[in-house]
Design a protein around this ligand. Structure first.
Ligand SMILES: *[C@@H]1O[C@H](CO)[C@@H](O)[C@H](O)[C@H]1NC(C)=O
Ligand SMILES: *[C@@H]1O[C@H](CO)[C@@H](O)[C@H](O)[C@H]1NC(C)=O
Length: 221
């Protein structure tokens, strides 16, 4: 087997010969047209394998086209598409280049919640007038109460306090959410928390009232 130790990298119009570090160039096994197993040199990051090596010629590597990349030494028959697109609330941190996919980050005023970038909320829970973020701030209050897993007893008292009648259906997180949403919708012009605290106070449901005050009023959010 004639095997040149040089890998040739053909960029769009010119040939680059890699004469150095040949010992370190990764290789892969390939069976040539004669049925012989030979070792071909892999293509460096930023290129793909356009033609396998043969007993007479080196692997032909071509530069990745626009919007495509290869991050590692490879023998892929085409480069990977830069498939990361920045979503709402995101901006480009590193643009896609021949060796890396695009990398996004949250825009100013957004933060990552583990899944995507969400708007930073500015909640003023003391305030009694609706402001820009209050819709989302109300939802924080609802989510908090739903996840508290209040007892069935407390839930019935809450129903009574809010709607002046007790339901009979079994308690569930969904029912708690629906109850609170219904309460929120009774008076959409005002934030939920002050109204809720007032109802809880009037109905002597002090444990919940205390938890809500502690969570939303006694510490900066
Ligand atoms: C490609 O982008 C990465 C960051 O995503 C960077 O580290 C690397 O230096 C860039 N390469 C070139 C050739 O610009
Ligand atoms: C409430 O219940 C859910 C599911 O039943 C559970 O995942 C969650 O940890 C509970 N929350 C609290 C504060 O106990």
């Amino acid at each position: 087997m004639i095997y040149s130790s040089k890998a040739q990298v053909v960029a769009s119009l010119f040939l680059v010969t890699m004469a150095t570090a040949d010992m370190l160039t990764p290789t892969y096994q390939w069976t040539d047209e004669m049925g012989k197993t030979i070792m071909c040199q892999k293509c460096p990051p930023g290129t793909y394998m356009a033609k396998h090596c043969s007993s007479k010629s080196d692997t032909v590597c071509l530069a990745c086209p626009e919007e495509h990349y290869t991050q590692y030494w490879n023998y892929l028959d085409k480069c990977r598409f830069c498939n990361v697109l920045c979503q709402e609330g995101e901006q480009v941190k590193h643009e896609c280049n021949s060796t890396h996919n695009r990398v996004c980050e949250c825009q100013l005023g957004y933060h990552h919640n583990g899944y995507y970038c969400v708007k930073d909320l500015h909640c003023n829970f003391q305030d009694d007038t609706m402001e820009e973020d209050d819709e989302e701030c109300d939802n924080l209050v609802i989510d908090y109460l739903v996840n508290l897993n209040i007892s069935a007893h407390t839930f019935r008292r809450l129903e009574l306090a809010i709607f002046k009648h007790k339901g009979r259906k079994p308690i569930s997180q969904k029912r708690i959410r629906n109850l609170l949403k219904a309460f929120k919708n009774i008076d959409p012009e005002h934030p939920l928390l002050p109204r809720l605290l007032k109802s809880l106070q009037e109905a002597n449901i002090h444990s919940l009232e205390r938890k809500l005050r502690k969570r939303f009023l006694e510490q900066e959010d």
